[in-house]
Design a protein around this ligand. Structure first.
Ligand SMILES: [Zn+2]
Length: 172
């Protein structure tokens, strides 16, 4: 695959059926690398424009493959073909948001701890164990690979809040 080195790409938005696709595995790190570069650049551009954003899945830039890019607490994670090894039975609730519907927050429940196995740059098998904020972020991005969105996990009909209202009510 040849990369043209585009600085960033448009985000696929809620309503586009592409977000519902089952993303396909990526066979090599070489194939993944240009997509990771675009994911990183797109995440940075989104954060400049919206003031939030820590993770993105390839389908959100219209490339339905199993790649996730995350920046969390100063570290970057490039996950190729991630699969769950463990999801805790302990759960917590949070207001979730998404690049694909940046104006909407959704109350969801996620596992407190999670462990994910994925392929690294040299084809090695790596694991990432996370809890709390990184755990829920991983679960959000893993869902994208299977066409699942936070709106599907809304806890009730009161589990939706537009961003301005959410900031007034919950961000004190
Ligand atoms: Zn999302």
């Amino acid at each position: 695959m040849v990369s043209l080195g585009m600085p960033h790409r448009p985000i696929v938005l809620l309503g586009d059926p592409l977000l519902r696709e089952l993303s396909r595995p990526v066979s090599s790190a070489a194939e993944a690398e240009p997509v990771f570069t675009d994911l990183r650049d797109t995440l940075h551009e989104f954060r400049r424009g919206h003031g939030f954003g820590r993770g993105i899945s390839a389908v959100q830039i219209a490339v339905p493959v199993r790649l996730i890019y995350i920046e969390f607490e100063g570290r970057a994670y490039k996950l190729r073909n991630p699969v769950y090894e463990y999801l805790s039975g302990d759960t917590f609730e949070l207001w979730d948001d998404c690049f694909s519907f940046p104006g909407l927050l959704v109350r969801v429940r996620r596992s407190v701890q999670v462990r994910v196995r994925y392929e690294g740059d040299d084809g090695e098998v790596l694991t990432l164990e996370a809890d709390g904020a990184l755990s829920e972020l991983l679960q959000h991005e893993m869902d994208h690979l299977d066409g699942i969105l936070a709106v599907d996990r809304a806890l009730s009909r009161d589990a939706f809040c537009v961003r301005g209202e959410w900031e007034r009510r919950y961000r004190l």
